[in-house]
Design a binder for this molecule. Structure first.
Ligand SMILES: Cc1cc2nc3c(=O)[nH]c(=O)nc-3n(C[C@H](O)[C@H](O)[C@H](O)COP(=O)(O)OP(=O)(O)OC[C@H]3O[C@@H](n4cnc5c(N)ncnc54)[C@H](O)[C@@H]3O)c2cc1C
Length: 380
């Protein structure tokens, strides 16, 4: 039987950041990745904020950066809208993950392709883990295996909900600027359509809690508006995005990170930043617990839970409809008119009050703004 101090199920951003931190801390760490290689396209629009780059000290001109992002535009059904002056980049995600893998392996970590995690049973002061690659023993187990986490399914009792996302990537870019565009529609409650220009390409997609067929037809209509057709695509991907946080994010000698714990931003559905951060924090919690007495195996969970920004990305938001996309098209249009060409921070209360139809919505609009700014660090 194989052995490691820490076994990480899932070698995406959360697993890689956890692995790098653990290997740096001198722990014998193995990442088990279900895929057999990295040739398939990643289901992701690959946009991350400058805040993430700064947090990890990564440069904006790294070889795995595809394009710069200068601002965010929010566009209402009537074409009016506002912008958020927030910078970042679009990644070449496969290249970025290759680079992270090389960092992990340089520090002594082992990355196993084709190592799908199947189940785990407690054994002594650790786990006996069954994978497609054989059996393993480990002291700590990290579930970094994405939105449909098998680790969470087996070890956690929390209820999970998801949004569906589908996306086309086109080998040309009809947009002149470097703005990520989000299009809000009443027909997509809790979600949005998006167009992310990335140099000589553009990713166009849709996210919502709806079925695949409905999303595909929304996306097809949207592409028509942009003067594009699905047949021009170079790539099509689909994936699930968690729409509920699992609390506590782990248990005795196991922790859940990134999408596996449902750690995405409740307004934007972005999860790369939180995946990297939570992976790093879970690893630090295990390293800290190693130095202390931990008879019940729960110390890493206590340290890890405290380190997560749970106040900023309040779990109860998910069901509370505090999201612009839950407003009717007519109201979205009026908000767009009031804010047309202005930054989101302007939020012109006077203009809102000039439009009688907006009166009942003003408290909700103010609450949305407050929540956005409170959680801004994690929006993407
Ligand atoms: C279409 C789409 C667009 C998106 N766009 C953005 C965006 O622009 N910006 C942003 O911040 N977020 C975006 N997201 C969300 C983002 O992709 C995720 O939040 C992020 O990838 C989470 O990282 P993770 O490491 O937790 O999980 P993942 O990236 O899903 O990695 C999990 C890994 O675990 C592996 N795995 C799964 N099951 C097992 C198993 N049983 N055993 C072993 N390995 C397993 C998987 O193969 C995968 O490699 C998007 C999501 C979708 C679907």
């Amino acid at each position: 039987m194989n052995g490691a101090e820490v076994l990480i199920a899932g070698g995406g951003p959360a697993g890689l950041l956890a692995g790098i931190t653990l290997a740096e801390g001198g722990m014998e760490t193995v990442i088990l990745e279900r895929r057999r290689g990295d040739t398939l396209p990643v289901a992701c629009a690959e946009a991350v904020s400058s805040r993430l780059l700064r947090r990890f000290g990564w440069p904006k001109d790294a070889p795995w950066v595809k394009a710069e992002v200068k601002e965010i535009q929010i566009i209402m059904p009537n074409g009016k809208g506002f912008y958020i002056p927030d910078e970042g980049v679009c990644l070449e995600r496969r290249e970025w993950e290759r680079w992270l893998r090389s960092l992990f392996e340089e520090k002594g970590g082992k990355y196993r392709w084709g190592g799908r995690f199947l189940d785990a049973t407690p054994e002594g002061e650790g786990w006996r883990v069954r994978t497609e690659e054989g059996e393993w023993r480990c002291r700590y187990l990290l579930g970094c295996d994405g939105a449909r986490s098998r680790v969470a399914q087996i070890l956690h009792r929390g209820k999970r909900r998801w949004l569906l996302a589908i996306q086309y990537k086109f080998p040309f870019n009809p947009f002149q600027d470097k703005a990520l565009r989000f299009y809000l529609r009443e027909e997509l409650p809790g979600g949005y359509l998006y167009a992310f220009p990335r140099g000589d390409e553009v990713s166009v997609g849709v996210v919502a809690s709806k079925g695949g067929r409905e999303l595909r037809s929304s996306l097809r209509r949207f592409l028509e508006e942009l003067g594009m057709t699905p047949s021009q695509r170079k790539e099509f991907v689909a994936g699930l995005i968690p729409h509920s946080i699992l609390l506590p994010p782990g248990g005795r000698r196991y922790l859940l990170c990134g999408d596996a714990a449902g750690l995405i931003h409740p307004m934007t559905a972005a999860g790369i930043h939180l995946a990297c951060y939570s992976g790093q924090m879970a690893a630090r919690a295990i390293l800290e617990a190693r130095e202390k007495k931990d008879p019940d195996g729960l110390l890493p969970l206590r340290i890890y839970t405290k380190s997560l920004p749970l106040k900023a990305i309040r779990p109860h938001w998910y069901g509370s409809n505090i999201h612009l996309s839950y407003l009717p098209d007519r109201i979205l249009g009026l908000v767009g008119e009031c804010l047309e060409g202005k930054p989101f921070s302007a939020y012109p209360l006077k203009e809102f009050l000039h439009r009688r139809a907006l009166w009942p919505w003003v408290p909700k609009l103010l609450l949305m703004k407050r929540r956005y700014y409170r959680s801004k660090e994690w929006t993407w």
